[in-house]
Design a protein around this ligand. Structure first.
Ligand code: ZN
Length: 132
């Protein structure tokens, strides 16, 4: 899919860049996506391969023991994509700090929902939080 009003990437100036390049594969986004996946791996103690399928469509599998973490990991990958969209025309890649803020918001929201739904122990297991 070609970009409608611009034939080049505004980050790295690659000519004839398409949507997939600007949103996912641009070399200036490489560090951002690498750090996003590192945060997910460290936060949830799971192994997530670095690939276009993962960062664009969340196509990855977790072990059966980690299946409960998949939904939250997918939500956070969505947030990482949203941050790209928020900085759509910026010449600089998104800062990882903004992503970490979104992860913390997600964590707090998930905790609130778990408390209301009576499944805080499941939330603690997914987020790696020890009982208080
Ligand atoms: Zn680029």
């Amino acid at each position: 899919m070609k970009l409608k009003d611009n034939s080049g990437c505004w980050r790295c100036h690659l000519e004839n860049a398409d949507f997939m390049h600007v949103a996912f594969t641009c070399q200036k986004l490489h560090d951002y996506w690498f750090r996003v996946l590192s945060v997910l791996e460290d936060s949830f103690m799971v192994k997530i391969p670095f690939s276009i399928q993962v960062i664009s469509l969340s196509l990855f599998e977790l072990s059966s023991a980690d299946k409960g973490k998949k939904l939250v990991v997918n939500k956070i990958l969505f947030l990482a994509r949203l941050i790209i969209a928020r900085k759509w025309r910026s010449s600089e890649p998104p800062a990882i700090g903004g992503f970490l803020v979104e992860v913390e918001k997600c964590r707090n929201y998930e905790k609130l929902m778990a408390a209301r739904g009576g499944y805080l122990s499941k939330w603690r297991k997914i987020w790696g939080v020890r009982p208080e």
